[in-house]
Design a protein around this ligand. Structure first.
Ligand SMILES: [Mg+2]
Length: 231
């Protein structure tokens, strides 16, 4: 249990004390990713790409998690694009994903703790919290985890929690859209892991994860709710 070092990366409504106490019994906590799980982030990315970069890419054509590849941007363009999509007004314009809020409300009603675990750079903490509140996403905490090694690019200095410091037995379920993060979670945690189906994760799952039954691909939030009504 990696409670040590957790608190600096947690921005909880109830504060870190409550979350850490709850993590002692642990098993009622659900990890829910933010972008492209709770929020239609990729659709905002594509709208902004067309509006500000004059390039139109269809949603179904985003077949790689690597945006440089999927959007055909070189490193300088990609850096500029990443700064643009992380502006507050861009992040606040993202629509909630259909069915997500209803599904979370059912879990909350059943006594589960919802922890939004995002790989966004920590500089977006305030605007990310504002988005969750404005959208009415029920949650107990917002945690920043270094899923994508931001230090290698324009968001150097990011102070998010390393993924391996998430508690191994702290969650009963994790919901992700990144196949590589889902695989790492399945290896690190004893939680069930849901991979929500997206064009960019269809070819990317490690077969062993399926064999161990740790990762379940779900088509959308309705599908998740049906399969994990009481995780
Ligand atoms: Mg995501």
């Amino acid at each position: 249990m990696a409670s040590r070092g957790v608190s600096p990366a947690i921005f909880g409504k109830e504060g870190t004390r409550v979350l850490q106490n709850r993590s002692l019994d642990g098993r009622n906590r659900i990890y829910v990713d933010l972008d492209d799980v709770l929020a239609e982030t990729a659709r905002m990315f594509l709208d902004l790409l067309e509006r500000e970069f004059g390039r139109r890419v269809e949603y179904e054509a985003v077949v790689a998690y690597d945006l440089g590849r999927s959007l055909d941007l070189d490193q300088d363009e990609l850096d500029e694009f990443m700064v643009a999509v992380h502006r507050s007004e861009a992040l606040l314009s993202i629509k909630p994903m259909q069915g997500a809020i209803d599904a979370l409300e059912v879990w909350v009603e059943a006594g589960y703790i919802i922890e939004v675990v995002t790989g966004r750079p920590t500089m977006t903490a305030e605007v990310s919290q504002e988005w969750l509140d404005t959208a009415g996403v029920p949650h107990d905490a917002l945690t920043f985890v270094d899923k994508y090694a931001w230090k290698k690019n324009v968001f150097a200095g990011n102070s998010a929690l390393p993924l391996h410091e998430l508690p191994e037995s702290g969650y009963c379920l994790a919901v992700e859209d990144s196949a590589s993060v889902a695989s790492r979670l399945a290896m690190h945690m004893d939680a069930a892991v849901v991979l929500i189906d997206k064009p960019w994760n269809r070819d990317e799952l490690v077969e062993n994860d399926h064999e161990e039954g740790r990762i379940t691909r779900c088509m959308d939030w309705e599908d998740i709710s049906e399969r994990f009504c009481l995780p």
